[in-house]
Design a protein around this ligand. Structure first.
Ligand SMILES: Nc1ncnc2c1ncn2[C@@H]1O[C@H](COP(=O)(O)OP(=O)(O)OP(=O)(O)O)[C@@H](O)[C@H]1O
Ligand SMILES: [Mg+2]
Length: 251
């Protein structure tokens, strides 16, 4: 029996219809889903099946046309845009396929930025940003610009940035989509460690079943509906990465 307080994401009969002039696209057609605190869930499905639409709603970047969404006990389906933005800033960290780091800005400053917006004092935000970069194995790269880092390292900076505000959930849309398989595994290993050591909930979208099998549960989306749920009995653990050798307790 799952206790309601164990649930962080609760959606019921979610629909999303995009209106474009005369035409309508029914992108989500009645999706219901519960995610527990501290779970890693992967969403898979063909192109156009509604994965990003669902992630945008789960991440409070967009709202459903109908249906209910409760995030950490708060009904966010009917909130005003301002209230939604506040929930998003407080509770959700985002990781994107294309990293979305600021160019000509060091790794450290990229990770600092959310703390500037959150009004954290300069010395404290530097301390937290450095600790977060160390936690993703980049303690020796903090003054590098994005173009001086490998793709996998850039994605780890993006993960540090997503986490520096201590959100409860990470939403990652194709976080390994632009990476070679080794870097992809390293990124998954980082997400698994953060999940294991800090209890961070991770929801990610992937096209790659080998990436999906790092999660505890895989949801298969087709045509805007959840068609199949797969429990992963023994999620893949990327034990052979460099990061494991360098493993230090997280700050
Ligand atoms: N802003 C939008 N306006 C209108 N239609 C949209 C919009 N965003 C997505 N759609 C449509 O909604 C459907 C679902 O799109 P979505 O981006 O969620 O798919 P996806 O599963 O993420 O695909 P991919 O794997 O290609 O990223 C598609 O038919 C798409 O064309
Ligand atoms: Mg998409």
């Amino acid at each position: 029996m799952v206790h309601p307080s164990d649930i962080v994401i609760w959606i019921e009969q979610l629909h999303k219809i995009y209106k474009m002039g005369e035409t309508e696209v029914h992108a989500l057609r009645g999706v219901s889903l519960a995610v527990k605190h501290g779970e890693i869930v992967a969403i898979m499905g063909p192109s156009g099946s509604g994965k990003s639409t669902l992630m945008n709603i789960l991440g409070c970047l967009d709202q459903p046309t109908w249906g209910q969404y409760t995030l950490d006990g708060e009904d966010v389906s009917q909130m005003s845009e301002d209230a939604l933005a506040a929930v998003r800033n407080r509770r959700v960290g985002f990781v994107f396929q294309s990293f979305n780091l600021l160019p000509r800005t060091t790794a450290l400053d990229n990770v600092l930025l959310p703390l500037v917006y959150a009004g954290v004092a300069p010395r404290e935000r530097r301390r937290r940003a450095v600790a977060m970069l160390e936690a993703v194995g980049l303690g020796d790269r903090i003054h590098h610009m994005p173009n001086e880092l490998s793709g996998g390292q850039q994605q780890r900076v993006a993960i540090a940035r997503a986490l520096v505000n201590e959100p409860a959930i990470i939403m990652a849309d194709e976080p390994t989509g632009n990476l070679d398989s080794q870097s992809g595994k390293e990124v998954m290993e980082i997400l698994q460690r953060l999940n294991r050591e800090r209890g961070i909930t991770v929801v990610l979208v992937t096209h790659d079943l080998r990436i999906g099998h790092h999660a505890q549960r895989v949801l298969h989306l087709f045509d805007g509906k959840l068609r199949r749920e797969e429990m992963v009995e023994a999620p893949i653990q990327a034990v052979d990465t460099v990061l494991e050798a360098e493993e230090e307790p997280l700050p």
